[in-house]
Design a protein around this ligand. Sequence first.
Ligand code: CA
Length: 577
Amino acid sequence: MKRDKSDTVQRWSTGVLARSNCRRRASIAAGEDARAPMWRLFVVVIAMVCGATSAMAQRGTATNTPTPTKPAVSRPPPPSRPNIVFIMTDDHASHAISAYGSKINVTPNIDRLAREGMRFDRCFVENSICTPSRAAILTGKYSHKNGTPVFNTFDGSQPHVAKYLQQGGYYTGVVGKWHLGSEPTGFDAYTVLPGQGLYHNPFFLDRNGRWRTNGYATDVITDLAIDFVKNRPTDKPFFLCLHHKAPHRAWESDEKHANMFEDVDIPEPPTLRDDYRTRTDAAREATMTIARHLNNGDLKLKPPPELTGTNRQQWLTNVPMEVTIEVKGETKTLTGDELLRWKYQRYIKNYLRCVASVDDNVGRFLQFLDASGLSTNTVVIYTSDQGFFLGDHGWYDKRFMYEESLKMPFIIRWPGVIKPGSVQDLMALNIDFAPTFLEMAGLGIPRDMQGRSLMPLLRGRKPFTWPRSFYYRYYHDPGHHNTRAHYGVRTETHKLIYFWKKNQWECYDLAHDPFELNNIYGNPANSRIVDSLKRELFRQKKAVDDDDRFALEQPPSGVDGPRFKKPGEPEPKEEPE
Ligand SMILES: [Ca+2]
């Protein structure tokens, strides 16, 4: 990880920097020039005086007293409000995007957005898992506030960004992956996949019920997005959530990309053989390794033809610990490290084939906007619901607070507002998206939203007092992949993680150990920084009003079981995955 000037700022300010409204106001007053030393001193002093209390006041959550929500429309809308297209994929890590310096693939169309807009290098998820991240993005609130900490059904009766935009005069729609269990609210039109959805010939749900179409999900979802724009009322701006299923497991490519990368070796990540030597128990206990947990189905191995029904299904979920392949006409049985190398190549190539289709379709949608004359007044965002381990630390999947899973790609183009080709190194969170969209639309930001608008950053400002650390919490334990529950804080230079059910800690010096291989917790030489990070962690936990309400008891899972359906409609016969 590169160090920059803001890392230096963090070194002398760890423990006092907050996501506080007071600081935002102070930064605006200061002219928002992060490189003016006198202003820096002045603003930090002001921030230290009013930081914590105003952070609580902004969130209105330091006590259990509900804070009234401001009306969504608090000022007259600007004369020409932009359309907003929010493209979100599922599990697309930023290190599989060439604009982020990927060493394993190229994504020319997503790169185009970065070239014409702004790339955020420090955008993070507050709970690195699909459904909770989606709920946080919609509501602008942490999981403990929006009631969706795991794969439980989202309560669609609560306010969220689509409702506010709809009430504020936007035509709103969502197409593709939804994965929140309940029927979408706040959208004038929706066509969504049930549950995880299928890659090939997917089912969809809309107001009229359930239907199926032929085609590949990424292509079909893009077609639906184009139809939404074509059929919209033209007397109002639109807000479109274009949500792809790809490149989520089970990484099924389309025919066009089926043979992509066939004759090349994809570079392995440097931590593929991480032995977790300095860590606590959690990393060793997680069941998401390339070596020991990818199954026959994940690896696209063909079941013996004589197997049918449940026997075939069982075979697909078995984990092969030796594989016989054919090389230049000769058979060879792979085990040990040879097998790990082979499994990594199978896994990453299928993942990247799904990404290639996403990139093609991003390009197709951008071309449609160009041809329709909509590009100039349409904000286009590309993101993913979280990051993903691409063999990093020996893993696939996400959930952990480690960097590859924690970082989200976030690229945004807004002609005339965002300077083309700009790069943002200040921190953003997924809960910041909703207030950003509201400010773009000229709407007020409800007081109970915990995120903050990114508009100052989009306008090229560098507020001194912008938050330089954030709070994270993952709950799903026991859950898939046996990932242990944890919460923590990440600053610009360090990360502290607490596995609360195990009472175990990890701490990483990100500036000197960017791959997080050396847990420095427990070393007396690091006691000062650890103590400082602990203070920051518990200060932030309190500031966001996390009272441990889901710490020991989670709501029942609901989004991968029965999906929402119309009264009287039968359950689908075919399960998505
Ligand atoms: Ca996801």
